[in-house]
Each structure stands twice: as C-alpha cells, then as structure tokens.
Design a protein around this ligand. Structure first.
Ligand SMILES: C[S@@+](CC[C@H](N)C(=O)[O-])C[C@H]1O[C@@H](n2cnc3c(N)ncnc32)[C@H](O)[C@@H]1O
Length: 229
C-alpha cells in the first residue's frame, strides 16, 4: 500500500474506499503508529486507487509491488498520482539472498529453495513467472517517469542482539516463516534442524547463537514525473 500523507484525517475518508478484501491486520499497525494529525491512513486496493491523479509530491511503496499479478499496471497507476516533478520510490528487500545461518550455507540454500517451492505450489505460479519482479528498474523505465535511479543498503544484525532486534527477527522470520509448511520440500533431518534453529524456547535458537550474523539487502528504485509530463 502506498504511504500517502495529506492534510486530511482518517475519519474524513469515505467508508466505500476500504475494500473488504484486504485484511485489516495489514493496515491497523500503520494506523496505530501514525500520531501526526495531518497524516491519513487509507486502506485500499493498489490496483484501483481511490485517489486523485496528479495530487502527490511523493508516492512510496515497500515490499508490495512483488505481491501483485500485474505490477506494471500498478506502477502506471502510482505514477499517475504524481504531480509534475513528483517522485515514485519503490523499496524491495532481499534482491540478494539474505544470510541468516552464517554457519550453514547448505541449510540456508535448501531452506530458501524449499520456501520458494512452497509458495510457487501454494499460489500456482512458476519460477519463470516470478523471476522478473527483481527488474524494478526495468519496470520503472516502462512508465513515462524519468531520472530512474537505484540504491541498495545492507542491514546487518550481529550477536548479541538487542532485545528489539531479536523481537523483530522472531516476528518477521523465525516464527512462522518455515516450520511445518516445508514438509515435503526439505529432507526430514534438515527440517528438524530448522525447527531447532527457529525454536525460541530451545538452546539451539539461531538468533541467540554467538555466531549469529544476519545480513539483508534493501533496494530503493526511484523515478520522477517530468515537469511537463
Ligand atoms: C510484505 S507486506 C509489506 C507491508 C509493508 N509495506 C512493509 O514493508 O512492512 C505486503 C503488503 O502488500 C499488501 N497488498 C497485497 N496486495 C495488495 C493490493 N492489491 N493492494 C494493496 N495492498 C496489497 C498486503 O496486504 C501486505 O500488507
């Protein structure tokens, strides 16, 4: 969902703009965090944005375009929201493979492959259909936007972790990402090892190992609407 800050409060937005299809869980954390009265939090479908064209200086979206069946259509719709000289910024993590088991490249590779196979099977998509989503630069170039630029940063977490980092990693990766769903995609002994690494109550919990070193890339691709476009 694009972050769109305007001089309106949430209760002012018409209810019809909140499609029932989207889980409210995806919007409630944002609504809770937005303390500024001038910022509105709007729930809607990226493919049918209920927002005025040419009305934003900045539109940004993180880790979301890759979830859509037609990312180009979405990009064209986001680009249409920009005022002249306005910027669109897309962020995407993990174009480079994340390192979460620094001590076991083999298990990490097999886990990545198993997760991908699980999701391909779950959503009925092929590897070919998914591979192009890395080409955010190419997608941007298919819009009328100019000044396409990209920049990546590395996010690094090293043991001993701060409590906030450990809580974040548990929530986003170590609880629920792998687990039983990888049955049939990983050899049983690898799956059991993975369960030990992901069990916060066990002695083998990965984020509490002395050799834990988590490395993740985050890429931003930006582009600008021409002054007269
Ligand atoms: C991986 S999450 C990223 C959430 C957030 N941007 C972040 O970085 O934490 C992907 C989000 O895309 C949302 N999403 C998927 N399809 C969407 C659509 N058609 N319109 C709006 N949001 C959509 C999901 O609800 C989910 O919250």
């Amino acid at each position: 969902m694009p972050a769109a800050a305007r001089g309106k409060c949430w209760p002012c937005w018409p209810r019809r703009w909140a499609p029932q299809a989207l889980p409210s869980a995806s919007i409630s954390p944002a609504r809770t965090r937005v303390a500024c009265e001038a910022a509105a939090v709007l729930q809607g479908n990226l493919a049918q944005l209920p927002l005025a064209r040419a009305s934003f200086d900045l539109v940004w979206s993180l880790n979301t375009i890759n979830h859509l069946r037609d990312p180009l259509a979405c990009l064209l719709s986001l680009a249409g929201l920009l005022k002249p000289r306005g910027r669109l910024v897309l962020g995407q993590s993990s174009f480079l493979p994340d390192m979460y088991f620094a001590w076991d490249a083999r298990l990490e590779r097999l886990t990545n492959e198993a997760v991908r196979a699980y999701y391909r099977e779950r959503y009925g998509v092929s590897e070919r259909e998914l591979t192009g989503i890395r080409a955010l630069v190419g997608l941007m170039r298919r819009t009328a936007l100019q000044n396409v630029a990209a920049e990546s940063i590395l996010i690094e977490r090293v043991a001993p972790l701060a409590a906030a980092d450990e809580a974040y990693l548990l929530e986003t990766i170590f609880r629920g990402t792998w687990g039983a769903r990888l049955q049939g995609h990983l050899a049983e002994e690898d799956r059991e090892e993975l369960e030990r690494l992901c069990d916060p109550a066990g002695a083998g919990y990965a984020p509490r190992r002395a050799d834990f070193h988590f490395l993740q890339s985050l890429t931003f691709v930006s582009a600008q609407r021409p002054a007269d476009g």
